[in-house]
Write a new protein. Structure first.
Length: 116
């Protein structure tokens, strides 16, 4: 059973930065894509950023220019660098992975709180 473990969440002031990590229990090269989603209280889970196995990335409009997704294949880890954080970025952030011919995998989530 493949596991995804997120870390790096916490409390940060508006304008601050955090880097989230998502460590997989097997090679991330086996996944078609990996992504970050987030869910704020009372809201549906929304997509934030995606990185394909070839390295190309795309972002939700709300985070473009502030967030960067990257991957370290040697460490089986995907990152989400979040800069210029805003109150509305407060949410539980989830990592996902898309294995070929199988259901999407999810991590347990990590809380990000932007507050002064």
């Amino acid at each position: 059973q493949v596991q995804l473990v997120e870390s790096g969440g916490g409390l940060v002031q508006p304008g601050g930065s955090l880097r989230l990590s998502c460590a997989a229990s097997r090679s991330i090269l086996s996944f078609n894509a990996m992504a970050w989603y987030r869910q704020a209280p009372g809201d549906q889970r929304e997509w934030v950023a995606r990185i394909l196995s070839g390295g190309s990335a795309n972002y939700a409009d709300s985070v473009t220019g502030r967030f960067t997704i990257s991957r370290d294949n040697a460490k089986n880890t995907v990152y989400l660098q979040m800069n210029n954080l805003k109150y509305e970025d407060t949410a539980v952030y989830y990592c996902s992975a898309d294995p070929p011919s199988a259901s999407r995998l999810w991590g347990q989530g990590t809380q990000v709180t932007v507050s002064s």
